[in-house]
Design a protein around this ligand. Structure first.
Ligand code: AMP
Length: 112
C-alpha cells in the first residue's frame, strides 16, 4: 500500500482537485511549478513498466483527464508538461503509477 492508496481511501488528506470512479487527482505536496497535479489510477499499478495492454484504457483516460483539467484551469493554450517517472533511474519515488501535470509558467527545456 503506497501513500497514494492512502489518499484514495482517505486515510491521509490531500488537496483533491478531481475524482471519478477510476482516477483521483490532487496537488503535489512539493510543487515544482505553479500548477503541479498528480493524476493517479485507482487500480493498483506500481509502474509504467508493469502496465499491460489491459491497462491501455486507463492510461489513455489518465492523459485525457490531465488535458481536460489543464483546459479547465486555463493553462492549456499557454502550454504545460505531463511527466511519468518510471523506476529508480526515472526518479520514481511512489510506486503507484501516476502522471504529473506541470504548468502555470514557462518550464524551460526538458533536462535529461
Ligand atoms: P515520483 O517521484 O514521480 O514518484 O512522484 C511522486 C510525487 O509525489 C512527488 O512529486 C512528491 O512530491 C509527491 N508526493 C509525495 N507524498 C505526497 C502527498 N502526501 N501528497 C501529495 N503529493 C505527494
Amino acid at each position: 500500500m503506497t501513500i497514494f492508496h492512502k489518499i484514495i481511501s482517505r486515510e491521509i488528506p490531500a488537496d483533491i482537485v478531481f475524482e471519478n470512479d477510476r482516477i483521483i487527482a490532487f496537488k503535489d505536496i512539493a510543487p515544482l511549478a505553479p500548477v503541479h497535479i498528480l493524476f493517479v489510477p485507482k487500480t493498483t499499478l506500481p509502474t509504467l513498466d508493469a502496465a499491460t495492454p489491459d491497462d491501455a484504457q486507463i492510461m489513455g483516460e489518465l492523459m485525457l483527464t490531465a488535458a481536460d483539467y489543464a483546459r479547465k484551469i486555463g493553462i492549456a493554450s499557454d502550454g504545460y508538461r505531463v511527466v511519468m517517472n518510471c523506476n529508480d533511474h526515472g526518479g520514481q519515488t511512489v510506486y503507484q503509477m501516476h502522471l504529473h501535470l506541470l504548468g502555470g509558467a514557462p518550464l524551460g527545456t526538458f533536462g535529461a
